[in-house]
Design a protein around this ligand. Structure first.
Ligand code: SF4
Length: 340
């Protein structure tokens, strides 16, 4: 897993909004994000609702045009290319949506739904397409006779399988999975996750996996990125981030993860953050987390921390800057940072 499929550099997506009496303002939904995804890797994205996870996924796929920054797919810069030049990349960059029912055309049969992307991209002869639809149905665990049925005849889990089959029809290299299981029953969620993992093992597809369920993100992801207010505050190996989150926001977010074992849950220390998430319309200066951070220092409200590299991790917090790391043993915050 060494070949980089996707590289995002300092990516920003701002939306203009008109507010009564305030004129036009900018919503800074994604603000200066950099990371890369390797071939066959699942990169999980976590963070509270509204932190910009879905906007980031959609900007990478150019459903939203980026405001600033760069998107490199398989080494090619696709940031500002025309819609026509983007067409070949559309096949390679796909998305699985949260609501399987809303994303399927109710007037089309399952066969037509899965075939449609291949028709749009002029792929295969009609006979080959029909054969491919049957193959895809089999890959996602649906029956051959399902081809003539309509989406409303299926359960939520089956509909998500239809959505996955349609996504796979174009043989993509990279899929943004935007909350693909949150609309499904818990009993079905594991089946869909297992299916995605199986497909990845076979086809070496890379996933950007966005979900609320932290446990599920940990289960499926090789690496994890933690987002706060449009910024990536920590990136690291999934197990490392879960066992020992470094950024103060990651610590608080993961301390709220539900634990099935009541004894462990009772002993776990939960970090309660004070205050609301600031608005992305008027984000705070300096570190975006300084208004809620229990360790905030004077400089946090005026300067933005860089993303510091530490034992394979990237952490955007002054506490991990070379200057602070040298002083850490003498700082009163050390015991706080050591334990979740
Ligand atoms: Fe907290 Fe400052 Fe680190 Fe931001 S930079 S997370 S405010 S300590």
């Amino acid at each position: 897993m060494s070949e980089t499929v996707l590289e995002v550099k300092d990516l920003c997506k701002y939306f203009d909004v008109k507010r009564a009496g305030k004129g036009s303002q900018k919503v800074m939904a994604v603000d200066g994000i950099s990371f890369e995804v390797k071939k066959g890797e699942t990169f999980g994205l976590v963070g509270e609702s509204g932190c910009g996870k879905s906007t980031l996924g959609r900007t990478i796929l150019k459903i939203y045009e980026p405001t600033k920054g760069q998107i490199l797919f398989e080494g090619n810069d696709i940031t500002n290319i025309s819609k026509k030049k983007m067409l070949p990349y559309r096949k390679k960059l796909q998305m699985i949506f949260q609501d399987p029912y809303a994303s399927l055309n109710p007037r089309f049969t399952v066969g037509e739904i899965i075939e449609e992307p291949m028709v749009i991209h002029h792929m295969y002869s009609e006979e080959e397409r029909k054969k491919r639809v049957q193959e895809l149905l089999e890959i996602v665990g649906l029956k051959p006779d399902h081809i003539r049925r309509y989406p409303h005849e299926f359960s939520g889990g089956q509909r998500q399988r239809i959505g996955i089959a349609r996504t796979l029809a174009l043989d993509p290299d990279f899929i943004v999975c935007d909350e693909p299981i949150s609309a499904l029953d818990v009993s079905i969620q594991a089946q869909v996750i297992n299916l995605l993992e199986e497909i990845q093992r076979e086809k070496q597809i890379s996933y950007l996996f966005i979900a609320h369920d932290l446990g599920m993100v940990k289960h499926i992801s090789h690496r994890i990125g933690v987002m706060y207010l449009g910024h990536m505050v920590e990136i690291g190996n999934a197990n490392d981030v879960y066992k020992n989150p470094l950024h103060p926001y990651s610590k608080a977010l993961l301390s709220a993860e539900p634990i099935p074992d009541p004894k462990v849950a009772r002993e776990k220390k939960r970090i309660l953050l004070e205050g609301e998430i600031p608005s992305p319309i008027n984000p705070p200066a300096g570190c975006p987390f300084h208004t809620r951070c229990p360790y905030a220092m004077e400089e946090c409200s005026t300067a933005s921390p860089a993303s510091y590299e530490l034992e394979g991790r990237k952490v955007a917090c002054f506490l991990y800057s070379p200057r602070y790391l040298k002083q850490r043993e003498n700082l009163a915050i050390e015991p706080l940072l050591a334990g979740r």
